[in-house]
Design a protein around this ligand. Structure first.
Ligand code: ADP
Ligand code: ADP
Length: 227
C-alpha cells in the first residue's frame, strides 16, 4: 500500500479545471518530484493533498484510507506537513518563535523542547540565529527555517513547493542536501521542482505534469537518460 495515492483526481478553481484526472503515488521512504512548466498544475496538486482544495471527483488515500475533504489541521495529525511555496516565516518573530509555532499541536512542553533541540541540531545555522528576527535571515536561511518549522510535527510525508525558488545555486544545493538527509532519516518527500537537475539530485521518481495531466512518470535512471 502506498503512503499516499491520488486516484483520478479532478480539481480546479471555480469553473477552471486545473487537474484533469491525476494519478500519483508516494511510497514510504521515497522522494518524489513533481515536474512541469508554470501553470501545469503542480501547486494545485499539492493544495489538494494538503486539504486546501477539495477535488471535484476522484479520491485520495493515506495508507489505504480515504482522506478526501480533509481539513489542513487534520492532515497534519495524519503525518503530512506542507511547506508552502511562499516562504512562510513570520518576519517579526524570532527564529526560535517561528520554530515553536511549528509545534503548536503539541500538548507537552517537554516534547516541544525535545523537537526544538533536534531542529537546532539539524540546522546549526538557525541555532546561531535563534534570537534573530526571521525577517533578517537570507532567503536560503528562511527556506531552512520554513523546513525546520514544517518538521516540528515530525511528519511521515513532507511536502515542499519549490524549495529552491529564488535561491542561489549554492543555497539550492544546501536545501537539497537537507532533503536527502531527511529522507535518509525515513521521511518521505514530495517536492515540486522546475529544475530537472535539482530534482535528479534527490528524487527516486518523478511525475511530469502538463496542463493538468500527468504526461510521464519516470524513475531517476530514466530521468538521467531522457530528461
Ligand atoms: P503550477 O504550480 O504548475 O505552476 P498551478 O497549479 O498553480 O500550476 O496552476 C494550474 C492552473 O490553475 C493554471 O491555469 C493557473 O492559472 C490556475 N490557478 C492556480 N491557482 C489559481 C487560483 N488561486 N485561482 C484561479 N486559478 C488558479
Ligand atoms: P504557482 O507556480 O504556484 O502557480 P504562480 O506564480 O502561478 O505560482 O501563482 C502565484 C499565486 O497566484 C498562487 O497563490 C496562485 O494560486 C495564484 N494564481 C495563479 N494563477 C491564478 C489565476 N489564474 N487566478 C487567480 N490566482 C492565480
Amino acid at each position: 500500500t502506498p503512503l499516499l495515492a491520488l486516484n483520478d483526481v479532478v480539481a480546479g478553481y471555480g469553473n477552471l479545471t486545473a487537474l484533469h484526472g491525476i494519478n500519483l503515488t508516494v511510497n514510504k521512504g521515497e522522494v518524489i518530484a513533481l515536474l512541469g512548466a508554470n501553470g501545469a498544475g503542480k501547486s494545485t496538486t499539492l493544495r489538494v493533498i494538503s486539504g486546501l482544495i477539495t477535488p471535484k471527483s476522484g479520491s485520495l488515500t493515506w495508507k489505504g484510507q480515504a482522506i478526501g475533504g480533509m481539513q489542513p489541521g487534520r492532515i497534519l495529525k495524519l503525518g503530512i506537513s506542507h511547506c508552502p511555496e511562499e516562504r512562510h516565516v513570520w518576519p517579526e518573530m524570532t527564529v526560535e518563535e517561528n520554530i515553536e509555532l511549528g509545534g503548536y499541536l503539541l500538548n507537552a512542553k517537554s516534547e516541544l523542547e525535545r523537537r526544538k533541540d533536534l531542529a537546532f541540531q539539524r540546522f546549526p545555522r538557525l541555532k546561531e540565529r535563534a534570537r534573530q528576527l526571521a525577517g533578517t535571515l537570507s532567503g536560503g536561511e528562511q527556506q531552512m527555517l520554513a523546513i525546520a518549522r514544517a518538521l516540528m510535527s515530525e511528519p511521515e510525508l513532507l511536502i515542499l513547493d519549490e524549495p529552491s525558488l529564488g535561491l542561489s545555486p549554492l543555497m539550492a544545493q544546501e536545501v537539497f542536501k537537507v532533503v536527502s538527509e531527511l529522507n535518509a532519516h525515513g521521511v518521505s518527500i514530495l517536492v515540486v521542482e522546475q529544475n530537472v537537475h535539482n530534482a535528479l539530485s534527490v528524487a527516486h521518481r518523478a511525475y511530469v505534469l502538463e496542463t493538468g495531466n500527468v504526461i510521464a512518470e519516470k524513475d531517476s535512471a530514466s530521468l538521467l537518460n531522457d530528461p
